[in-house]
Ligand binder design. Structure first.
Ligand code: GLN
Length: 385
C-alpha cells in the first residue's frame, strides 16, 4: 500500500478539540475549546438574515467582497493607525485559521525556519510543517511568560524567515509590552525576517495593558503580515471570517495562496459582517467590559478553589497550576476533572514545547451563569482529591 504523507507524522490532531469531545462525553461544562456560549449582537444576526434574503448566495470576489474589505479597512485603519487600501492591502479568508496558513505559505519556502514562542496556539506548529518550514521554539517563561532577548537572538541567528506573534496571546493571556515589541521588531529587521501576527484577541485586553500592533512600529509595516478575525470580536466563531493585512507586494502573492486553498469566505456572511465592522467605538468598550466581568468572576473561583494562576492581561484564557494536586500528568488531571468535577480544560502540555506538565488552560468566554456553575464545581476540587 502507498503511505500517507510523512509531514503528517510531525503533528497530531488538535488537543483543544479532543477535550471538547471529552467534555461532551462526560457532560462537563466545556471551558476547553475557546468559543462563547452567548449570542452575537442582535443587529448582526438580523443582517445575516437580510443578506440571505437579498440574494448573496454565490461566490464573492475571491479575496473578499468589496463592501466587506472597505468596512474592514475603515475599522482597522482606526485601530492600527495605518492607511489601508481595501483593494490592495487585504485578503479575506475563512477565519483566522486560514489567514495564518495563507500568511505562512505566502512567505515560507520548504526548509525555512519560523520562530514560534512557546507556549503557543497549536495551529502554528502544524501550519509551519504544512508549509514545508521548520518551527524554532523560543520559550516564554512561566509564570510571567517573559522571553529572554538573548534566547530570541540565538534563534534568529539560526537563519529565520519569519516569527509568529500571537498578541494578545493564547494560551498565556500575555500582552506583549512596548519594550518587548521593540526588541522583536529590531531583531526582525536586523535579521531580515517577516513577522506574522495573530491578533484575533486585539479587542480583548485588560487595562492597564494595551494592545500594540506590530505593523504600526517604525520599519515594520513592510515586513509584517497581520492576521485577524471577526470570530472573537463579534462572538461569531462559526462564521469563519478572517483576514490578512499586509503591503501590496505581499498581498498580491497571498491572494494566490488563498484563491487555491479556499476560493473565498462565505459571501452572505461577509455582507452581513459589514454591520459589525461599522459598529461605533462604544461597542468595543462594552465587549471589553464584558470580558473584564467574566475574567473577574472566573478568577475569583480559582482563588477560592486554591488554584494558582497567571493573571491574564488579554484574550480569554487562564493557565492554572495543578502541581499541588499530585497527578502524574496534566492530561490525566484534565480527564479526571471532566469526569469527576464536570469541568473541561485543556492540558497545558499541548501548548508547550518544553516539558511543562503542571499547567492547564481554562477559557472564560462564557455567560457569567456558566462560569459560576463551573466555578461552584471547581470549589469541590479539594474535597474530591
Ligand atoms: N482559538 C480557540 C481555542 O484556542 C478555538 C480553537 C479551535 O478549535 N479553532 O480554544
Amino acid at each position: 500500500m502507498p503511505e500517507t504523507a510523512s509531514r503528517l507524522k510531525h503533528f497530531s490532531e488538535s488537543v483543544i478539540r479532543e477535550m471538547t469531545r471529552v467534555a461532551d462525553k462526560y457532560n462537563a461544562i466545556n471551558l476547553s475549546q475557546g468559543f462563547p456560549d452567548f449570542d452575537p449582537p442582535a443587529a448582526l444576526v438580523k443582517a445575516a438574515q437580510k443578506a440571505l434574503e437579498d440574494g448573496f448566495h454565490q461566490y464573492a470576489v475571491t479575496w473578499g467582497a468589496p463592501r466587506f474589505r472597505q468596512a474592514l479597512a475603515r475599522k482597522q485603519q482606526h485601530w492600527m493607525g495605518l492607511d489601508l487600501d481595501p483593494d490592495t492591502h487585504i485578503v479575506v479568508t475563512c477565519g483566522g485559521t486560514e489567514a495564518m496558513m495563507t500568511a505562512m505559505m505566502t512567505v515560507c519556502n520548504p526548509g525555512d525556519k519560523v520562530i514560534i514562542f512557546s507556549p503557543f496556539y497549536e495551529n502554528y506548529g502544524a501550519d509551519t510543517i504544512l508549509s514545508g518550514a521548520e518551527p524554532l521554539f523560543v520559550p516564554l517563561h512561566p509564570p510571567d511568560f517573559g522571553f529572554d532577548p538573548d534566547e530570541l537572538r540565538t534563534a534568529f541567528e539560526k537563519g529565520v524567515k519569519a516569527l509568529v506573534l500571537c498578541n494578545p496571546s493564547n494560551p498565556s493571556g500575555k500582552v506583549f509590552t512596548g519594550e518587548e515589541m521593540r526588541i522583536i521588531a529590531a531583531l526582525a529587521m536586523e535579521f531580515d525576517a517577516f513577522v506574522i501576527t495573530d491578533e484575533v484577541y486585539e479587542h480583548i485586553v485588560y487595562p492597564p495593558h494595551e494592545h500594540i500592533y506590530m505593523a504600526s512600529l517604525p520599519g515594520m509595516r513592510e515586513r509584517t503580515l497581520s492576521t485577524g478575525s471577526l470570530s472573537k470580536s463579534y462572538s461569531i466563531t462559526g462564521w469563519r471570517l478572517g483576514y490578512v493585512i499586509a503591503p501590496e507586494n505581499i498581498i498580491r502573492e497571498a491572494r494566490k495562496v488563498h484563491d487555491f486553498l479556499t476560493v473565498g469566505a462565505a459571501a452572505p456572511l461577509q455582507e452581513a459582517a459589514v454591520t459589525a465592522l461599522d459598529f461605533p467605538l462604544s461597542y468595543y468598550k462594552e465587549l471589553q467590559a464584558g470580558y473584564i466581568r467574566r475574567r473577574d468572576c472566573f478568577l475569583s473561583y480559582l482563588d477560592q478553589a486554591g488554584l494558582r494562576y497567571t493573571r491574564p492581561q488579554g484574550a480569554y484564557y487562564v493557565l492554572a497550576d495543578i502541581s499541588d494536586f499530585g497527578f502524574e500528568s496534566d492530561d490525566a488531571f484534565c480527564r479526571w476533572m471532566a469526569k469527576e468535577i464536570g469541568v473541561a480544560a485543556v492540558p497545558g502540555s499541548g501548548f508547550f514545547r518544553e516539558p511543562v506538565r503542571h499547567l492547564i488552560r481554562f477559557h472564560f468566554a462564557k455567560r457569567e451563569e456558566t462560569l459560576r456553575a463551573a466555578g461552584e464545581r471547581l470549589l469541590t476540587l479539594p474535597e474530591k482529591m
